[in-house]
Write a protein that binds this ligand. Structure first.
Ligand code: GAL
Length: 433
């Protein structure tokens, strides 16, 4: 990873001022001053510092440097999985008019605040210019476009959030079906209990705050079903209703089977518990696949990946997507980055390491692993719902309110409590805000 952290905007602005001060001449030479644009770089903001994320970013940079050797990549991001802390930090930069040239966000509702504030620009022109409209599936274009038909980002990938990662050997040792497939949450809980009784302290591995929200999302999906889950985001499912109460009870029960040190673990360390056989399961998006690959685990033998309990037939969607910031001096360099993001080479190479599937539909499936082929099929055939924890379903402020409520609830459960009515009321008021 490139370690440079600086604001290109600030740098170019300073160069421009110096250029003006020297009245068009390079100091002391009488030669024409270099144009402020003569040195091009692009400041790119991500939170991709861990495992597959970091490898993925490096791959994008390699492709970019090959496609645009005249522009330097500047790593302008932060560290931290799930992007929660990154979003807060980014927000303050945007408010202070210090935007990176381009930043990764999630396609969908998460972009709305940035659009409303005028922080990002419509990039539909780039879709026309680079033929992306023809190579992205129509359904994806619909998910990307705002009501007025504008598109504000270029996706690098499509991730599936409702994946459960399973250690089949652990299940087998305990006389449990090693496929790890559960048609219902109740069936899943029954096996969690079986593993607990066999002496496994935490059959389900869990990590820090945002991974708890991720698990919560998949429990809502598995408990409510795809339609009612989607209804939570468009107002057709009542947050105060009895189905939601039942889903929250399920979540509480499931949390009882997780590891006590969860607050200290980012997603990759929760996955490690499954690899090590300390836990049988972890629910995480498919960026997790690299943890298994890097530990030389064989898909189908050492680990399996299945829809999270109760969510078969659904693809819980999110897409990492790069934006074009407003108010930057060198838009061309940022557009060049976006061109790379949409290119076939970047989409293939990036997704091979990131574990996602390409946004482009014109890519040969044989480029990808068995897991990814399964995900491609599911994306084509299954019901698609939007991820809450990863910005596709709701704007940042709503997710922050849900995260606060879920974190409080987690703490209560850990301390032996867990007030479901209070949790439900907090979620309902978050939705009404
Ligand atoms: C998601 C993001 C993924 C992955 C994950 C863990 O929000 O979309 O690409 O980075 O966070 O940090």
């Amino acid at each position: 990873m490139h370690l440079t952290r600086r604001s290109t905007t600030a740098l170019v602005a300073t160069t421009a001022l110096l250029g003006m001060a020297s009245a068009g001449c390079a100091a002391g030479t009488g030669d024409p001053a270099p144009s402020p644009d003569s040195h091009q770089d692009v400041a790119v903001y991500t939170w991709w510092s861990t495992g597959s994320e970091n490898e993925g970013l490096n791959t994008l940079v390699e492709v970019f440097e090959k496609q645009h050797p005249e522009i330097d990549f500047v790593d302008d991001g932060v560290t931290g999985g799930g992007g929660g802390a990154a979003k807060d930090h980014l927000q303050s930069r945007l408010e202070n008019q210090d935007p990176p040239d381009t930043f990764v966000a999630h396609a969908g509702a998460e972009l709305q605040d940035y659009i409303d504030e005028g922080y990002i620009q419509d990039v539909s022109g780039l879709y026309e210019e680079h033929g992306l409209t023809d190579v992205f599936p129509e359904g994806l274009i619909d998910l990307l476009a705002t009501e007025d038909g504008k598109i504000y980002s270029v996706p690098s990938n499509i991730h599936r959030a409702n994946v459960m990662w399973v250690n089949p050997a652990v299940l087998q040792e305990n006389d449990i079906d090693p496929s790890g497939r559960y048609e219902s949450i109740d069936a899943f809980v029954a096996d969690l209990e079986k593993l607990r009784n066999a002496g496994m302290e935490a059959p389900l591995a869990l990590g820090t705050t945002w991974t708890q929200v991720h698990l919560f999302e998949t429990v809502l999906l598995g408990s409510l079903g795809a339609e009612a889950y989607s209804g939570l985001w468009d107002g057709t499912t009542d947050w105060n209703g009895p189905e939601v109460t039942a889903a929250l009870e399920d979540y509480k029960t499931i949390l009882g089977y997780t590891n006590a040190d969860r607050m200290d673990l980012d997603w990759d360390r929760a996955i490690q518990r499954v690899i090590d056989g300390d836990s049988a399961f972890n629910v995480m998006g498919d960026w997790a696949v690299s943890g298994f690959d890097n530990a030389n685990q064989e898909f189908g033998t050492d680990y399996v990946a299945v829809p999270s309990p109760g969510s078969a037939g659904t693809f819980d969607f999110l897409a990492d997507s790069f934006t074009l910031s407003a108010g930057i001096l060198d838009e061309d360099s940022a557009k060049a980055w976006l061109e790379t993001i949409g290119s076939k080479e970047a989409q293939i190479r990036f997704n091979k390491v990131k574990g996602a599937i390409p946004a482009r539909a014109d890519i040969d499936e044989d480029e990808f692993t068995e897991y990814q082929k399964m995900a491609i099929k599911s994306f084509q055939e299954d019901t698609i719902v939007s991820s809450m924890a990863h910005g596709a379903a709701i704007p940042v402020a709503h997710l922050t309110a849900i995260t606060d409520a879920a974190t409080r609830f987690n703490r209560e459960v850990q301390e032996g409590g867990g007030d479901v009515p209070a949790f439900q009321a907090a979620l309902a008021s978050a939705a009404a805000a």
